[in-house]
Design a protein around this ligand. Sequence first.
Ligand code: KG4
Ligand code: ZN
Length: 347
Amino acid sequence: MSISILAIESSCDETSAAVCTDGKILSNIIANQKVHEQYGGVVPELASRAHIQNIVPVVDAALSSINCDLSSIDAFAFTQSPGLIGSLLVGSQFAKSLALAMKKPLIAVHHLQAHVLANLIDEPRPAFPFLCLTVSGGHTQIVLCESPSKMKVIGETIDDAAGEAFDKSAKLLGLPYPGGPLIDKYAREGNPKRFHFPEPQIPELNFSFSGLKTSILYFLQNAGKSHVYKEESIATEVEQKKFIEENLDDLCASIQARIVTILLNKLKKAAVETRVKNICIGGGVSANSGLRSAFEQTGRENHWNTFIPAFEYCTDNAAMIAITAYYKYLQKDFSDLTVTASARGTW
Ligand code: KG4
Ligand code: ZN
């Protein structure tokens, strides 16, 4: 008997619905919320309202695009945590209502576990155990994954996430939100060795990105006049703007290169310590072309088997919720209808 799951993702500013049958993704519809651009970041209240507007058409499209109707669905899944609580509540209540109406099981999924298991969507799939570097707008983690249900965080950021480092650096360069993809775009034309930003010395497998942001700020305030990072501005605002304009590609390439080396140096350490050779990346920042190619290169040098999800499964999407829910279905790991969404949520 085949198993079909309808999954909903609404943890932040993407409303998404996907259908998977026997672990194969048949549809994955994503509605991006443009409303936040003008505010330079996600506004939680506006995100919840946009989810409410989007959820019916998005779920409808996920079903109708594959000529499927609700009666063919065996279970309903949703992102339970972590995320913006108002956003999570929209997807969770919608999934619960469908499960109640259709008298089918409900499956609650952890968003970060789903970013890891996005690597199981397409062939070739990593064999267990594998390591996953999960890099998103809110999290940066190294996860040791022994089975779809047995995962352990062995390293994480002590302050900003890698996506935040991209977005905050982009803001300093005057780029709109979300700046990560724009840094990626300009970096393609730039020289990554032109400017040097320091690498933080953080113990064990943990990361820190807040110092990088500060060093970029001081560097821009100097407008390239000095490589000593000083707190006081020695360049005028006009000089700073001109410096950014004239050096945007090299600045983006140098910032991106530093973020990528911070990430990959810790991933190499994790691979040595765990002796695991199957290594994956996931989360929004794994869409970054610099990270993707440096990760492949590091993999070749260290004899890893490397895995990267397809672009559409890197940033937030319901396909990764569906695949995680499929493995939970096999374990009969269902939730009752009183389960609630939670902004933080434990593993
Ligand atoms: O996983 P995701 O879609 O949402 C969260 O769970 O947070 O990740 C969003 C983050 C944002 O910070 C965004 O700027 C970053 O992923 N991002 C990128 C790229 N595409 C998305 N960062 C760098 N380069 C990219 N190409
Ligand atoms: Zn995410």
